[in-house]
Design a protein around this ligand. Structure first.
Ligand SMILES: [Zn+2]
Ligand SMILES: [Zn+2]
Ligand SMILES: [Zn+2]
Length: 565
């Protein structure tokens, strides 16, 4: 029976529908022929999402060392956490055995505490990298890529740097949600695009710069809301010759010029009437930034997903899933997971369930695992509880006892508590979407972490303001120096690949560190909230994710279609 519940944390009411209850039943695990029902959630959808995000440190990487081969690496674990780490090669090698850390279940203690203690003692991968990769030592929550550097939530990429949400892209730098695209710079939400600079919300566009909400355009500059156009310059149709002569006067290799164009685009957007949602080819869905989805409710940033609810950043095919933060890729019949997918099936309350894992509950970093309960940092194992090996019969007899224990301690049916997260709340993705103050975080018994890496030892430091305005005036010596970010004061270095990318594509050097650039792009996108506004054209009341700050004018889908086509 459908219920109206009050969230245990924020006290807001939320609805649990009959379909939701059917789903919880369908993913409830079976042991020894008996189904162990997953109860309906005690937190509202937002608090559940916040709880999952509080386990993800996607952007704060620290210098570290592999505990086995002593190779230097970057890692998501700050040095004071004392988390043992191995590099990708050592972690996957047979030189160690995660079951050696296995332990008996203690029925006198909360189960989550036991999982946390185990997690803190078993060597973790320094960075979360999956699949076959070549020359991609410094990426995180990413996989199956070649020659990439500092890309996150990314897969199937080649020659990319500084990206978030990159899928199947080549030679893209500094982007947020670039899908199936090539040679894009400083672009946000571009799909099947080629050779774009400073664009946002574009599909099938090429050889253009500073476009917003355009489809099928080539050789266009500083324009909004175009469909299948060529040679548009500042929203005016020009001839090919006129356009080319205008473009000769524009040098985006100049930082000043680049910033002016950005500001001009913002001006143009003020008069533009945006469509209420960014969705393409969806059927019976609610949410935003959805592509090729069917029957997805409250989904955001999803592509090719069928059947599910409360889904965030699910890509490349998933089915029958609820409450997932990242990443899908054919994840099925799963509930309350974080950073999980790649042909997973039957994953519940699991963080990092990767590579064809099946029937995992309360696990924390598993590759190719099956029938595991409360296990951490393992691959190719089955029938373990807290990393201790059992036979199938023993496993099926013991798990129900653990579940009964967790029912008594109010842990069964809940995702891991944020109290056992490994990172300070302020270092996690939760702080981006659900910003909180230090005292409020501490009041909830969660962690806060003020540690910053020491400034790197470099020969010289150049203040961002002292960089040459034009890329033509930058010489190779810049590679030996560090640049001081104009916003955070943190130092960052350029890679040789990056410098040649800026030179080849006539782009200015960045003045801000990657983290700040990424936050700025994040701020260009809409929140995962619905606002009631009225359609600019027909005055009908509509739902939209645009705040007044992000779009002065919004319109309903029908009015939008009439206006732009
Ligand atoms: Zn809540
Ligand atoms: Zn190693
Ligand atoms: Zn309308």
């Amino acid at each position: 029976m459908a219920e109206l519940k009050s969230c245990k944390i924020c006290k807001l009411n939320y609805q649990v529908t009959d379909d939701d209850l059917k789903f919880y039943e369908s993913v409830s695990p079976v042991f020894n022929g008996k189904k162990y029902f997953i109860p309906s959630p005690t937190l509202c959808p937002n608090c559940r999402q916040q709880r999952r995000l509080s386990f993800c440190n996607e952007f704060n990487l620290y210098p570290g060392e592999c505990g086995m081969c002593k190779k230097r690496t970057l890692t998501e674990h700050p040095p004071h956490a004392n988390q043992p780490i191995y590099c990708k090669e050592c972690w996957h090698s047979d030189k160690w055995e995660p079951r050696d850390f296995g332990r008996e279940v203690d029925f006198g203690r909360p189960f989550f505490d036991q999982v946390h203690d185990l997690k803190s003692s078993v060597p973790a991968q320094a960075l979360t990298i999956d699949g076959e990769n070549l020359n991609c030592d410094y990426m995180h929550y990413a996989g199956s890529s070649k020659n990439c550097y500092l890309i996150m939530h990314a897969d199937f990429c080649e020659n990319c740097s500084y990206g978030y949400g990159f899928k199947k892209v080549i030679s893209c730098v500094d982007g947020f949600y670039n899908l199936h695209s090539e040679l894009c710079y400083d672009c946000v939400d571009v799909y099947k695009c080629y050779g774009l600079k400073g664009c946002q919300d574009c599909v099938n566009c090429s050889s253009s710069a500073f476009l917003r909400d355009c489809i099928g355009c080539q050789n266009c500059f500083l324009s909004v809301g175009l469909r299948n156009k060529q040679y548009y310059f500042q929203s005016k149709q020009l001839s090919k010759e006129e356009y080319e002569s205008k473009m000769r006067e524009i040098d985006l290799g100049s930082y000043t010029q680049y910033q002016k164009c950005h500001a001009r685009l913002k001006e143009l957007e003020k008069d533009y009437c945006f469509k209420q949602f960014h969705t393409t080819n969806v059927q019976n869905c609610s949410g935003d930034y959805l592509k090729n989805c069917k029957d997805v409710q409250f989904g955001f940033d999803c592509e090719d997903v069928e059947g599910g609810k409360y889904l965030f950043q699910m890509v490349l095919g998933s089915k029958n899933v609820y409450d997932i933060y990242q990443y899908g890729t054919n994840l099925q019949a799963s509930y309350e997971c974080c950073i999980s997918g790649a042909n997973g099936y039957g994953l519940v309350f699991t963080l990092d369930g990767h590579m064809s894992s099946k029937n995992l509950a309360y696990c924390w970093y598993i590759e190719h695992g099956e029938n595991l309960f409360g296990c951490v940092s393992m691959h190719h194992r089955s029938y373990c509880i807290l990393n201790k090996q059992y036979t199938q019969e023993e496993y099926e007899a013991l798990v129900p006892k653990v579940i009964e224990h967790m029912q008594k301690s109010n842990e069964w049916g809940e995702f891991f508590d944020s109290k056992i997260a490994l990172f300070g709340y302020n270092k996690t993705t939760a702080q981006m979407w659900f910003p909180m103050k230090k005292e409020d975080v501490l009041t909830r018994g969660w962690k806060w972490d003020e540690y910053e890496s020491e400034r790197p030892n470099v020969v010289s430091v150049i203040k961002a303001a002292d960089l040459p305005d034009n890329i033509s005036d930058v010489d190779d010596e810049i590679l030996q120096a560090a640049i001081e970010c104009e916003e955070s004061g943190k130092l960052f270095k350029l890679t040789p690949f990056e410098l040649s990318f800026y030179r080849d594509n006539r782009l200015p050097l960045p003045r801000k560190a990657f983290y700040q650039r990424n936050l700025a792009r994040f701020a260009r996108r809409n929140p995962r909230k619905f606002y009631k506004r009225s359609c600019e054209k027909c005055s009908k009341e509509i739902l939209t994710t645009y705040t007044k700050e992000l779009a002065a004018k919004v319109c309903c889908e029908e009015c939008y279609m009439k206006a732009v086509y």
